[in-house]
Design a binder for this molecule. Structure first.
Ligand code: F0G
Length: 435
């Protein structure tokens, strides 16, 4: 007989500094520790020593919610709300985020002789990137706290997501973007959803530094990933992935690294699942950066993760064009705890990997393709071995950055022909299109 349980209770949370461990009762506007200015993380003290039954009940509860049509149950974030900060139902802002597909990447899997290669396509979120999972939680917290205006600095995707969720709940949004460095799909989204868009003549790091001062002076709630509630939403990708893999962790999860919050959130999700007894093993979480924007790679190589080495970022994968990543300490901890690797890949490697994913119907934006480029490097070095299971986290939708694909390059240009059947057939025969 199937045993049914009452829903497990949601736990209360606290904010703790990742560096000095001080607890923050009320976070300041920049979400920094009042003692040492480092970042904060959400902790759930009640979980310590939680009975094993707690974990088992969670699986049942989450599974049952899949059949429910209530907004907070069909959301791939709020379905896992026992492991999120408690928020009243009326303050939950959702666009039906999460619930993204896990796609087999078969040709590359065979080529690399892996046991399986899967892409968790976070670009299938409502605004086309993984940001939606985190913004849903953090903006719900903003609403709970009584804010009417939210803000972010962004390489593009965060701004699209912030603008959409703000519009959804009737809040104002302000976004600061590095002028001329944001893919047009992302800029168009921020404008469509009615954000106040300010483009600054600087890079992402410069925009975030300005915004940190703005939130000290204006009543706007900061939605960048320094906000620890963002990571709570983003960690749910680990929960959803484990459900999809029947609670058996893959050997490797590979994620691109920019400001380094997503890798941190993913790691937090897996560590919590293990703490609660929902999974037995952790995957190795590896972080891939572009060669021209590789502060974490240099930090790990040159001082083992003790002190951040900043760089002046340059890459056509504009989403991860970041030289001074805020969440570097959290990411170093995840690399160490999961024994993951940190690698950088060239522009050419990103370009080819993106085309390869596209050719398997798993198109994504350039930053996301860095994961496949990184996997190839890790397989060559022997870090990823034959027969292993690998999950790539594809962070953004292909349509976010169409300029990248349409750039003039011999092998990727489309043909412009007269609307004449014979001309079309001749051209298709020339390129053996149907073979
Ligand atoms: N992939 C995509 C598509 C992104 O948009 C980002 C970050 C990342 C990867 C890196 O994630 O910063 O958590 O390490 N985009 C941010 C933005 C910075 O403003 O949209 P991260």
């Amino acid at each position: 007989m199937k045993t049914t349980f009452a829903n497990p209770p949601a736990a209360t949370h606290a904010l703790r500094c990742v560096h000095c461990g001080a607890l923050s009762a009320k976070p300041e506007p920049r979400f920094r520790c009042s003692e040492c200015s480092e970042l904060l993380e959400v902790i759930y003290p009640e979980w310590t020593g939680a009975p094993r039954e707690f974990g088992l009940r969670l699986k049942e509860t989450w599974q049952a919610r899949k059949d429910s049509s209530l907004g907070e149950n069909s959301s791939g974030v709020w379905r896992f709300r026992e492991l999120l900060p408690q928020i009243e139902r009326s303050n939950i802002v959702t666009l039906g985020e999460g619930n993204t597909p896990l796609l087999p990447i078969e040709k590359t899997c065979r080529f690399l002789r892996l046991g399986s290669l899967l892409a968790k396509h976070q670009g299938m979120n409502p605004t086309g990137s993984f940001k939606d999972t985190g913004i849903s939680v953090a903006i719900s917290m903003a609403k709970t706290t009584g804010f009417k205006c939210v803000c972010c600095a962004s390489t593009g995707n965060t701004s699209a997501s912030v603008a959409a969720f703000a519009a959804r709940t009737g809040m104002k949004s302000i976004v600061l973007l590095p002028a001329g460095q944001v893919a047009s799909g992302k800029l168009a989204q921020a404008l469509e959803y009615g954000a106040h868009v300010l483009e600054l003549r600087t890079d992402f790091d410069g925009c975030l530094s300005v915004l940190n001062q703005v939130v000290e002076r204006l009543p706007a709630y900061l939605l960048n990933s320094v906000n620890p509630y963002r990571l709570e939403g983003q960690k749910t990708v680990a929960f959803e992935l484990m459900e999809q893999l029947d609670w058996r962790a893959p050997d490797h999860v590979i994620v691109p690294g920019g400001n380094l919050a997503n890798s941190s959130a993913l790691g937090k999700g897996f560590l919590e699942l293990r703490q609660l007894g929902l999974i037995a093993d952790l995957p190795k979480i590896s972080i891939i950066q572009a060669e021209g924007a590789n502060p974490l790679v240099r930090t790990m190589r040159e001082n083992g993760g003790r002190e951040l080495i900043r760089v002046t970022p340059q890459t056509r994968a504009t989403a991860i064009r970041i030289g001074n990543p805020a969440s570097w300490r959290k990411a170093v901890a995840v690399l160490k705890e999961t024994e993951g690797a940190c690698e950088d890949v060239s522009e050419e490697e990103i370009f080819l990997a993106k085309a390869e994913l596209g050719a398997e119907g798993a198109g994504c934006e350039p930053a996301s393709a860095a994961t496949l480029a990184g996997l190839k490097k890790l397989a060559r070095s022997g870090f990823v071995r034959e027969g292993e299971t690998v999950v790539l986290v594809l962070t953004g939708h292909m349509l976010k950055d169409v300029e990248y694909t349409l750039q003039p390059r011999a092998e990727r240009t489309s043909d412009v022909l007269e609307p004449d059947v014979s001309a079309v057939i001749r051209r298709l025969e020339q390129i053996d299109a149907c073979k």
